[in-house]
Design a protein around this ligand. Structure first.
Ligand SMILES: *Cc1c(COP(=O)(O)O)cnc(C)c1O
Length: 391
């Protein structure tokens, strides 16, 4: 190994802190991918993923690859050249969906709004009326680049009424806020392991319902990606257990252990913890005189986006947090690059003690950069304790 790696407190929007139990799980002996003991473990992971997704979909499994692999798989199976897809673009990840769809030869209808804003159901309705040929609507539920929570109530009905499928990016949602795939009527949903699920990066949980699977039969040409062909992977997961590609064994151990932690704590308790810690963080930041980018009505609990005060060097503050305090947060992306910080409230990172550590360090760095701010700790703690009864 190239020297000793530092210990960091990971409070960027991914990867989030990985607990000891998950790291231990990765150290278990590597089994063959067709070993009955491993296949039983995969079955268990599928079952636990169904619980976290809120679905009974048979086809629910971890795609080999990071969150973007889940995105690629979702698009490459359900789009053909010339298909119309409406893509909601309210941030970098919506833009990535549009880019990936265009590369597949799809006709992308972009429903875009400025960073920090949401798209309304009415806007979607107008787009669907203007493009009755639409096959797919793709949307990011939790936009990690802006800190926006996109409301999706009533979207599935609208999309299905127009004969299209609803594809949802739940990368920064799954394991942090309710996704409720079946209740919401989502057809295809993908996520990633290193955001709120608390495992390292490397897998992309996905779930696909039967209506979407029927679409695969209507394809006029084979899925152009051999690796991401859903039907072929379903053969490995199904009774045939046919070899497709070697499952990333140790990563699946990690995901299994991470899902156990979530389900042992209880989904509602996990969601409440994320929300409570997020609200405390918001109060603490505001008490320090810092401004949040997104109005509370559609603010995402799992990523806080904070305006960098005038005269403060954004990157320098992050560098000092990392080097002097061992804390990682992130900067902005796209039009918000250099203008904001992003703080992840994700998985095992969503702990009040971590937020106290962050606010203490941030104040110290800002002060030494000549930007005096009041302490946010009182407001943070007060808000956190107010929320006890409301869990
Ligand atoms: C992180 C993220 C992705 C991409 O995931 P990778 O693991 O980086 O490939 C996609 N969508 C959203 C909303 C994300 O936050």
């Amino acid at each position: 190994m190239a020297g000793v790696l530092p210990e960091r407190l990971l409070l960027a929007p991914g990867p989030s802190p990985v607990s000891e139990a998950v790291r231990q799980a990765m150290a278990r002996p590597v089994l063959g991918h067709l070993d009955p003991a491993f296949l039983a473990l995969v079955d268990g992971v599928q079952d636990k993923l169904r619980q976290v997704f809120g679905t009974t979909n048979r086809l629910t499994f971890p795609v080999s690859g990071t969150g973007s692999a889940g995105m690629q798989m979702s698009l490459v199976n359900f789009l053909e050249p010339g298909d119309t897809v409406i893509v909601v673009e309210q941030g970098i990840f919506g833009q990535r969906l549009a880019d990936a769809a265009r590369r597949l030869g799809a006709e992308v209808v972009s429903l875009s709004v400025p960073f920090g804003e949401i798209v309304s159901r009415e806007q979607l309705q107008i787009a669907l009326q203007q493009h009755p040929e639409t096959r797919l609507v793709a949307v990011v539920k939790a936009e990690t680049s802006t800190g926006v929570l996109q409301p999706l109530e009533g979207w599935a009905d609208l999309v299905h009424h127009h004969g299209a499928l609803l594809l949802v990016d739940a990368v920064t949602a799954l394991g942090g806020i309710p996704v409720e795939v079946d209740r919401m009527g989502f057809d295809i949903v993908f996520s990633g392991t290193q955001k709120c699920l608390g495992a390292p990066p490397g897998l992309a949980p996905i779930t696909v319902n039967d209506q979407a699977l029927e679409r695969l039969q209507e394809r006029t040409m084979p899925v152009p990606s051999w690796y991401f062909d859903l039907s072929a992977i379903a053969q490995y997961l199904g009774r045939a257990r046919a070899y497709h590609h070697t499952a990333p064994i140790s990563m699946i151990y990690a995901l299994d252990a991470a899902l156990d932690l979530i389900l042992d704590e209880g989904l509602d308790a996990v969601f409440n913890r994320h929300r409570r810690v997020a609200e405390a963080l918001w109060a603490g930041l505001e008490a320090m005189g810092l401004q949040l980018m997104v109005p509370v009505s559609h603010r995402l609990p799992t990523v806080a986006t904070v305006r960098v005060p005038a005269g403060v060097n954004e990157a320098q503050v992050r560098r000092r947090l990392l080097e002097d305090h061992g804390i990682e947060i992130a900067g902005g992306l796209g039009p918000w690059a250099g203008k904001i910080w992003r703080v992840g409230v994700m998985g095992q990172g969503a702990q009040i003690a971590h937020m106290m550590t962050l606010l203490t360090a941030l104040r110290s760095v800002l002060t030494s950069e000549g930007h005096d701010v009041p302490s946010g700790l009182g407001a943070l703690e007060e808000t956190y304790h107010q929320k006890v009864g409301q869990a």
